[in-house]
Design a protein around this ligand. Structure first.
Ligand code: ADP
Ligand code: MG
Length: 269
């Protein structure tokens, strides 16, 4: 085997499965000589490159595996268009302390106000923090669970999903559930309670979730578990999709309810 240090480093970096060390070791050693770094400073610089690139590629892998329907970030959300949501609330959620305690985030509001956008933005932040994330619509979650149930593997699937720090359930309420589906959904919520986080989005206030789940008692028990540890955010206003639209609206914009009329507005902290 070669005794030339550069070839040795190449060989050792391959053996460690740390290919970037090979790429940066020589380049950084030249800089280290020019700038008189200590041995420790040099080793720190070389290892930092490997670790930060590993973390970045881990984040990218988690983002790809999460199944987001599109890439949206908190940074490209226009908070001026959504004065009901303070930027600081999202910035705080983006830091992810809710994930450590298995708390939830619920985004409520009419179509087009940015619920899915913010859910994806928070999901991407969670990936960056090292959490595994899965995104799907409520209907897709139910399909997935009912397939597991048919194979006699519902409990196994629920415990597998508990290994994900965050599940995003988009569009609760667009399509009402059959009783069986409502039951599966309830089991999903229960299996994560106080353990790992959910982000849910819905166009309906909690008071109308009974209609979605076809059963007021099941819906109440579920909402109870979801909001026990949750940040509930109620978005208001008109659809962002129609913001710059020149097409006259076929449906007149709905008058915004006052806080006194809106049963969800008290939930916002
Ligand atoms: P919802 O899920 O509430 O129906 P979406 O999140 O799908 O709405 O938003 C619809 C479109 O408008 C998306 O392309 C989203 O990125 C964009 N959008 C909505 N609100 C904002 C906002 N405040 N700033 C920037 N883009 C927004
Ligand atoms: Mg949406």
């Amino acid at each position: 085997m070669s005794t030339d240090p550069i070839s040795r480093i190449e060989y050792l970096a391959r053996a460690l499965k740390a290919p970037r060390i090979k790429d940066v070791a020589q380049r950084l050693s030249e800089r280290a000589r020019e700038e008189s770094w200590t041995y420790e400073e040099y080793l720190d610089a070389v290892l930092s490159v490997e670790v930060s690139q590993r973390e970045a590629s881990g984040t990218q892998l988690r983002i790809r595996a999460a199944g987001f329907p599109m890439r949206k970030s908190i940074e490209d959300f226009n908070f001026e268009h959504q004065p009901s949501l303070p930027h600081s609330t999202m910035a705080h959620l983006g830091m992810g302390s809710y994930l450590a305690t298995g708390s939830n985030v619920v985004l409520l509001g009419p179509p087009g106000v940015g619920k899915t956008h913010l859910a994806i933005g928070l999901g991407i932040k969670a990936c960056g923090l090292g959490y595994r994330v899965l995104f799907a619509t409520a209907t897709a979650w139910v399909t997935r669970l009912s397939e597991a149930q048919q194979r006699g593997r519902l409990q196994a699937e629920l415990s597998r999903l508990r290994r994900y720090g965050l599940l995003v359930i988009d569009e609760v309420g667009y399509i009402p559930f059959e009783q069986e589906a409502a039951n599966l959904f309830f089991q999903l919520v229960s299996s994560r309670y106080e353990y790992s986080s959910l982000i849910l989005t819905s166009n309906l206030p909690f008071a109308r979730w009974g209609d979605v789940f076809g059963d007021q008692v099941v819906a109440a028990a579920m909402v109870d578990r979801i909001v026990h540890h949750a940040e509930v955010i109620t978005l208001k206003g008109s659809s962002y999709r129609l913001k710059d639209s020149k097409v006259p609206l076929l449906i007149p914009p709905v008058r915004e309810p006052t806080d006194a009329e809106d049963p969800t507005s008290r939930g916002q902290r």
